[in-house]
Design a protein around this ligand. Structure first.
Ligand code: ZN
Length: 289
């Protein structure tokens, strides 16, 4: 029994991050919860729930970044992925300041040792050659190893009579590799031309963000171009365009929805529906081939 007059003492738990709701401070222990990135939402989401929902906010549908391994698992028929060219990785051929050291850290600390993973798989029972970019590796930038891996994925589709599916998430060419990076655009585009001549379909999936040399080459060369909701898709950033053209940009500029209206994107598909939709589209394309 509590004695009358005895004071109960509540100790404040140590916290590392927090947010404010309705004027009251809400403390968020780090590692358990994530606050929705969408400024209009701000929902606090249990991390496990976010992962189970393929990193899509259950309140507003905002699509968080998804790592390449998780993306593959979400996209292909279970157990069908067979990784190729896993050991292929970038080298610092130009001696770019700090690049070699950065690569050493990235290569040593990751399950995904480059900004793309490639392999063969099945989606909805259809054989595909798959390449999935990873924005968390140097901004998903396309250096010589990324370009070579994607070009080989295209060639694997052609030689194996498979459909090609590439999921892009990239800041563009990798500036640390100069022209070696830029030439990947032409190399992959050439491989895609041969794939088209072989009448094998290519589905390009654009996720947030898809920009620069990736947008300017293979990402926008798909027979079918699918985007995730809200994805930022463009070549240069809006600030550069505004300063170069001296014009105000229209609302929603460079979003998937804006580009759907104008015909660059064929379909916007929420992440949870991607596997089913791609399987359906591959069925149509296979019958048409
Ligand atoms: Zn949200």
């Amino acid at each position: 029994m509590k004695k009358s007059g005895e004071k109960r003492v509540f100790k404040r738990r140590p916290v590392t991050s927090g947010s404010r709701r309705g004027g009251r401070k809400v403390e968020i222990p780090e590692g358990l919860w994530t606050k929705c990135e969408s400024p209009a939402c701000g929902q606090v989401i249990f991390n496990q729930q976010l992962e189970e929902n393929l990193r899509v906010c259950p309140a507003c549908g905002h699509h968080f970044a998804l790592g390449a391994r998780a993306r593959v698992a979400a996209l292909v028929d279970e157990g069908s992925f067979d990784e190729c060219d896993r050991a292929l990785r970038a080298v610092d051929s130009l001696g770019f300041p700090n690049y070699g050291a950065r690569l050493g850290v990235e290569h040593g600390s990751r399950e995904t040792p480059e900004a793309v993973i490639c392999g063969t798989a099945e989606i909805g029972g259809h054989a595909v050659s798959l390449a999935v970019m990873d924005f968390t590796f140097l901004g998903g930038s396309m250096g010589s190893a990324v370009g070579e891996k994607i070009a080989r994925a295209v060639e694997r589709a052609e030689s194996g009579r498979r459909a090609l599916v590439i999921v892009s998430a990239s800041g563009g060419a990798r500036m640390h590799e100069g022209c070696f990076s830029l030439m990947q655009m032409a190399k992959i585009s050439g491989a895609l031309q041969r794939l088209a001549a072989a009448r094998q379909p290519f589905i390009s999936v654009l996720t947030n963000p898809t920009t620069g040399g990736v947008t300017a080459s293979f990402a926008t060369l798909g027979d079918l171009i699918i985007a995730e909701p809200g994805a930022m898709i463009g070549f240069a950033g809006p600030r550069v365009i505004r300063e170069t053209t001296h014009q105000e940009l229209p609302e929603g500029f460079q979003t998937a929805e804006f580009l759907l209206e104008r015909g660059l994107v064929d379909r916007i598909v929420p992440r949870r529906e991607l596997r089913g939709s791609i399987g359906t589209f591959l069925g149509y394309l296979a019958r048409g081939g």
